[in-house]
Ligand binder design. Structure first.
Ligand SMILES: Nc1nc2c(ncn2[C@@H]2O[C@H](COP(=O)(O)OP(=O)(O)OP(=O)(O)O)[C@@H](O)[C@H]2O)c(=O)[nH]1
Ligand SMILES: [Mg+2]
Length: 341
């Protein structure tokens, strides 16, 4: 088995021996492993593994931490600067094109900067951009060039857009960038002048949709274009039923809830008493995705708060209030202060 041929799509070392293992290809001459080939040509997903450990990085590098606006609750939570203390850090808040055009981006960046200061995060810059915007990419390319570092790493949670940035910055499209979490398996690198740009496997996040649903299903639940916020007025004990995935019930005073999710996700306003019936699919009205659900209660303090539903989006709720959620068991749910209005 050759140890040199890497799949151009996910970076896995190609092997022809075990079709159940990562990097399997029919021939070592192929550009792509079979999993990437099928994903690329047929949109079909066969197993990819989820790399969990941070691979070792060269010293004195520039680390670009890529975060999606969908994962802002996790921003700065991965203490990469502890493992790689000699590196310099730049944070990219990617996918800002997903936020409604009306979003106050100045306020967002001010709040993010404040959060970084409060958490003592070492960083050179925080950049908000879209990997799909050629102007942003051009600026980022120039920005990277202005550094003396030889190695530039793209790091961050799965699906934050590292490979999309990597392809755009290097003017090619061989590495695969899809909504499939954990797609990049091993580091991919390309020379940019005298610097090397590294696209790294995503950091694994527990409780995201890929853990409970097949790719064919979850890819349709993750937003990929501008989100149009939906506002709902809810009375006490009224519930927002979010497709067959979660239910949000207001337990305190009547309030409004603003929902930021994929426009195709069906929302149904109902009463708390009907959640069980709906989830048991008695009505056959909604797709029901999970079989095991759990409940969580949140006491929302005074102010605007964000409840994040794994990697599918979030809601804004104004406190003080009490909110009850019903969601698939193990789903990552968090409550944080809202970073924009
Ligand atoms: N709308 C929008 N979509 C983006 C942007 N950046 C990436 N995407 C999409 O997000 C999905 C994931 O992108 P990838 O580049 O594969 O993400 P990754 O961080 O490399 O993911 P892993 O390899 O799993 O760690 C793809 O469907 C991209 O098209 C962006 O700025 N805007
Ligand atoms: Mg990738």
């Amino acid at each position: 088995m050759s140890m040199n041929n890497k799949c151009q799509g996910c970076g896995a070392i190609l092997q022809t021996e075990d079709s159940s293992k990562v990097g399997f290809a029919l021939s070592l001459d192929h550009e792509y492993c079979q999993a990437c080939y099928r994903l690329l040509h047929y949109g079909e997903s066969i197993k990819h593994f989820h790399p969990e450990d941070l691979p070792s990085l060269n010293k004195d590098s520039l680390i670009i931490m890529v975060s999606s606006v969908l994962h802002l609750d996790l921003l700065f939570t991965y203490p990469v600067y502890r493992y790689q203390a000699d590196a310099n850090y730049v944070y990219i808040i990617n996918q800002i094109d997903l936020l409604p055009k009306s979003t106050n981006l100045d306020l967002l960046i001010a709040n993010i900067t404040l959060k970084a200061k409060q958490m003592n995060i070492p960083y050179i810059d925080i950049i908000m951009m879209s990997a799909k915007n050629t102007y942003d990419i051009e600026n980022l390319r120039k920005y990277i060039k202005s550094f003396k570092h030889k190695d530039i790493y793209l790091l961050g949670v799965q699906n934050s857009g590292k490979t999309t940035l990597f392809n755009a910055l290097t003017n090619q499209s061989k590495a695969l960038a899809f909504k499939k979490a954990g797609l990049t398996q091993e580091a991919l690198s390309i020379k940019m002048g005298d610097q090397t740009l590294w696209d790294m496997p995503g950091l694994y996040q527990e409780g995201y949709l890929h853990q409970m649903l097949p790719y064919e299903v979850y890819k349709n639940l993750i937003p990929d274009e501008e989100i149009y916020p939906k506002i709902y007025q809810l009375k006490t004990n009224q519930t927002l039923f979010i497709e067959g995935l979660s239910a949000l019930t207001v337990k305190g005073n009547p309030t409004s809830v603003i929902l930021y999710m994929h426009r195709m996700i069906r929302i149904h306003k109902t009463n708390e008493t009907r959640i069980k019936d709906l989830l048991l699919n008695k009505e056959n009205q909604f797709k029901i995705y999970a079989s095991d659900y759990e409940e969580k209660s949140f006491r929302i303090p005074d102010g605007k708060y964000q409840i994040t539903f794994a990697d599918m989006g979030f809601v804004h709720v104004v406190g003080p209030n009490n909110i009850k959620l019903t969601h698939p068991k193990g789903m990552h749910i968090s409550m944080t202060e809202a970073l924009f209005q």
